[in-house]
Design a protein around this ligand. Structure first.
Ligand SMILES: NC(=O)c1ccc[n+]([C@@H]2O[C@H](COP(=O)([O-])OP(=O)(O)OC[C@H]3O[C@@H](n4cnc5c(N)ncnc54)[C@H](O)[C@@H]3O)[C@@H](O)[C@H]2O)c1
Ligand SMILES: N[C@H](C(=O)O)[C@H](O)COP(=O)(O)O
Length: 346
């Protein structure tokens, strides 16, 4: 089955270009690195959205021999080959300096995301994989931007989306994403938990072939509120929402104290953990699998996966960035795109 994927190169001063070039250089290992995903390497076509001159400069800086091929308008790349990189050109506004952010290039970063999203929506590509962007510098350029997840929700006109990070043996989804901690408690409503729970449950079934998902749900407060003595959100908001989900045929276990939910005796009987906020769930996931995890946006008509790391400005152009997460993100993109194609055909 032919699989056409698009990769956005992300913040030009960060390590996105580096890890993409490393992946191209290491493509002879693709069969072994992606075997777990069932991806057919011989049928995989990768289009990278980036400025070709940036990719050329970074390749020279890293000492990587990668043939950067600029695609013509509407040209599809051939099947991926080691040492090749097929780039759909998007022009930088200003030449990048590795490690130094410039708001001038925010428009370039956003353009790559728009092209990738629209191309997936139109069926040109079956999935998009994103290299890291820097949220701060996009805001400094005057564009309100809190993350790919929120950008994609808007661009795909999805009512709700779910951020889930996955690594071998652990999936963690979030009820709230990029919010100041002060705003989290107010954002956790029964309606939101139900929407997120439904998307998570059905995505585990459809995209990950888990017939009867076992989902563990974190409480918000210490010790899941200690029967109301340390906060009442568990009693007033989370429990009723889980009750409704259960009545709708989507049983979930919780709210459980988040400090012990991630202990192995719980996790071995769980297909996903649902955390209430970013830094309740993601430190656990990244402790378990940083560099071997992917960030996946659920609930959209398109497949989007991403690396588990940020722009790592300290490493750009040094050759020290690990490309493991990009391989993982590519594997999940292939796996989910194949599942959606199979579901559509059945
Ligand atoms: N997918 C994304 O677009 C994404 C994900 C996370 C963070 N970010 C953004 O990236 C920016 C920087 O975030 P941060 O500093 O919190 O996290 P970061 O992941 O960029 O860096 C954290 C630490 O991990 C190291 N690191 C990161 N990636 C690595 C890799 N591939 N190989 C080896 N070491 C690596 C860095 O050197 C640093 O020490 C922020 O603007 C943040 O919002 C974007
Ligand atoms: N929350 C993500 C993480 O910690 O890896 C990261 O900020 C990227 O999020 P988006 O995919 O929404 O950009």
């Amino acid at each position: 089955m032919t699989l056409s994927l698009v990769i956005t190169a992300g913040e030009p001063a960060g390590i996105g270009p580096d890890v993409i070039l490393q992946l191209a250089s290491d493509w002879h290992q693709a069969e072994a690195k992606l075997a777990w995903s069932g991806a057919d390497i011989q049928q995989m076509r990768l289009t990278v959205l980036a400025d070709p001159a940036l990719m050329q400069r970074r390749a020279s800086q890293l000492g990587l021999t990668v043939d950067i091929v600029t695609l013509a308008d509407h040209e599809s790349p051939p099947v991926m080959r080691p040492g090749k990189l097929y780039v759909h050109p998007v022009s930088l506004y200003e030449q990048e300096t590795p490690g130094q952010l410039s708001p001038a290039n925010a428009g370039y970063v956003l353009k790559t995301l728009e092209i990738a999203t629209d191309g997936c929506l139109s069926g040109l590509w079956q999935a998009m994989v994103t290299a890291p962007v820097h949220k701060g510098v996009i805001n400094e350029a005057g564009v309100a931007f809190s993350g790919h997840t929120e950008f994609l929700q808007h661009r795909t006109a999805s009512e709700q989306v779910v951020m889930m990070l996955a690594t071998e043996g652990l999936r963690v989804a979030l009820v709230t994403t990029h919010l100041p901690l002060r705003a989290v408690a107010d954002a956790i409503t029964g309606e939101r938990i139900q929407q997120i729970g439904r998307i998570l449950y059905s995505s585990l079934q459809q995209d990950f072939a888990v017939e009867h998902p076992r989902i563990l749900v974190c409480g918000l407060n210490p010790h899941a509120g200690e029967d109301g003595h340390l906060g009442r959100e568990e009693i007033e908001v989370i429990n009723p929402a889980l009750q409704t989900l259960s009545e709708q045929g989507m049983p979930m276990t919780g709210p459980l104290p988040a400090d012990t939910l991630f202990a192995q005796h719980h996790l071995q009987h769980c297909d996903a953990a649902l955390a209430m906020y970013h830094d309740q769930g993601l430190p656990v996931l990244k402790h378990a699998g940083f560099g071997k995890a992917a960030n996946i946006t659920l609930g959209m008509p398109i497949v989007r996966t991403s690396v588990d790391h940020g722009t790592a400005l300290d490493l750009a152009g040094t050759g020290q960035a690990d490309d493991g997460s990009l391989w993982t993100a590519l594997g999940y993109a292939a796996l989910m795109a194949a599942a959606r194609q199979t579901n559509a055909n059945s």
